[in-house]
Design a protein around this ligand. Sequence first.
Ligand SMILES: [Fe+2]
Length: 352
Amino acid sequence: MASTTDVTSVHRSDARKAFYERIAEHNLAPLWERISTLVKPSPRPATQAFRWQYAVIRPHLVASGSMLSVEEAERRVLVLENPGLPGQSQITGSLYAGLQLLLPGEHAGAHRHSAGALRLILEGSGAYTAVNGERTPMERGDFIITPSWAWHDHGNDGAQPVIWLDGLDVPIVNLFDASFSEHHEASDFPVSRPARDCEFRFGNALLPEDALPSSLSSPLLNYRYGRARETLTTLHRNGPIDPCHGVKLRYTNPLTGGSVMPTMSASLQLIPAAFQTASYRSTDGAVYLVLEGKGRSHVGETSFEWAENDIFVVPGWAPQRHVAEREAVLFSFSDRAAQEKLGLWREQRGKN
Ligand SMILES: [Fe+2]
C-alpha cells in the first residue's frame, strides 16, 4: 500500500508535468529542471579524446584527389570530426580541423571568410599560400595563418601533392552568428607584395620603426619550421625542462606579444626521449599534431600511442600526460586566446 508521502509526490510530479506542458506552449521552460546541465560545477565537454593515425587516414585523403575537380580543390578536405560531436564538423566544441590535399598544378580560388584559419604543413614542397596578395611558401612544419576576413588562395607549383592541417574557429564564429564569406572575382588574388615580405619585416625580432598593430592578428603569416625547430633544440640543451610541457613555445604576434589570432593560440613543444610529462589540464581543448617522434598520451581514462603525422585531440579540462619514446615535437592549437580574453581560461598543473 502506497504511503501518504508517495501519493503526495506522485501527485506533485503529475502536476509539474502538466505545468511544463502548459508553459511549453508559450515557449517557456522551468530552469529548476535544467540548471544542472546549464551551470556545471566543472567542465564536461562532449569532445572525446581521440587519435587519428596518419597512415590510416592518408589513403582516404589521396583517394579524394580523384573525386573532386580542380575547381573544387579549395574544398578537398577531410574533416577531422570528433566522435563525441557526430555530424557537427568539429574537432572540439569550439574548433574545426581538417586535412587538405592540393595536387600538383592545382590552385584553390581566392576567397575570404569571417573565420580565422591556421595551417600546419605536413607534406609536399613548392606550394604557396597567398594572404592579401603576399605569397608565402608551404614547407613541412611551417605554421601559416590566414586571419579573419583576409583574402587567401593556395597554389601547388611543385611536383608532389601537398597536404596540410587546417584549423579554424568556425564554431566560435557560428556561436555568435557572425559568419560571412565571399569569393574573389579573380581566381588568384592579385599579387601586391613581394613573396615572404612579412618574414623579413616582422619575423626577425626587428620591427619597422613606428610599426603598430593594424589588426587583431599577427602580421607575420608564416612561422617557418626550421627556425622554430632550432630554437627547441637549443632550449632543450640549455634547459630547464618544464615538468608538464617539456620545452613548449608559444607562437606570438611580434607586434603585441599576444596570440597570433584573437581566437586561437598555437604552440610547438619538444618532449625529450624517455621524458614523461607531469599531469596537466586546462580549460582549452587542444588539437595536437605529431611532427616528429613517437610516444603515448594518457588523456582522462583514455590512452593512445602516436607516431609522426598522427593527430590527436585533448578535451578541455581532461588531465593529460605525454610520454615520448623517441624525442617528439608536437604542434598544437586551441581556443586559449579566446578564453583568456573572456576571463575563462584556467589551468591545473600536476594534481591529477
Ligand atoms: Fe579559406
